[in-house]
Design a protein around this ligand. Structure first.
Ligand code: HEC
Length: 160
């Protein structure tokens, strides 16, 4: 019985080791993750990584397009007008004093670094007062806010 236990244990151990080797091999083969700052990378690659990370944060984490992109008649986000500003499509179930009815264009990105950081890191609008709901009062980490800003600026450059 003890022998069987030992055999099973050593089999599991060898499987775990093999799996570890496979994981290490997979990690080696993947592309560098966005924001990695190895000296060997060119500044163009670093910028591309930052844009990719900003896009991921904006589209999949903070979901900026949900409000800042217009929708078609089916309610689907209109890819051809990505982040070009949109009427607000959600309403509070209880009355709120402040409720903005329009989300401005982000693709043209008319904000300075300071304004954009106030908006994304402190919840303070370009007019110096608190951002109105339904825009979230984000308190993003500086590096995340900057990645989003770089991504949004890349859209305005693409439009030119
Ligand atoms: C739930 C809807 C919603 C989401 C999600 C959202 N916004 Fe907004 N955003 C708004 C609304 C509404 C306004 C207008 C707020 C106001 O007038 O104070 C706004 C305003 C802004 C402004 C202009 C602020 C100013 O002071 O002029 C910027 C810049 C902005 N959003 C960027 C973003 C970014 C970047 C994201 C994602 C990280 C995002 N928003 C996510 C709804 C949203």
């Amino acid at each position: 019985m003890k022998l069987i236990h030992e055999r099973v244990f050593s089999l599991l151990l060898s499987l775990a080791v093999a799996d570890g080797v496979a994981v290490a091999a997979r990690q080696k083969s993947t592309k560098p993750v966005p924001m990695q700052t190895s000296g060997a990378q060119s500044s163009a690659t670093l910028k591309e990584n930052k844009i990719a990370r900003g896009r991921y944060l904006a589209e999949e984490v903070a979901r900026c397009p949900d409000c800042h992109t217009p929708r078609d008649s089916n309610g689907t986000l209109d890819r051809s007008r990505w982040l070009e500003g949109a009427p607000i499509w959600i309403m509070p179930t209880q009355s709120k004093e402040a409720w903005a009815m329009h989300a401005p264009a982000l693709a043209s990105f008319p904000y300075s670094d300071q304004q954009a950081q106030d908006i994304l890191e402190r919840g303070i609008g370009a007019n110096g007062i608190s951002i109105q709901p339904p825009m979230h009062a984000y308190h993003l980490h500086h590096a995340d806010a900057m990645a989003i800003i770089v991504y949004l600026r890349s859209l305005s450059q693409a439009n030119r």
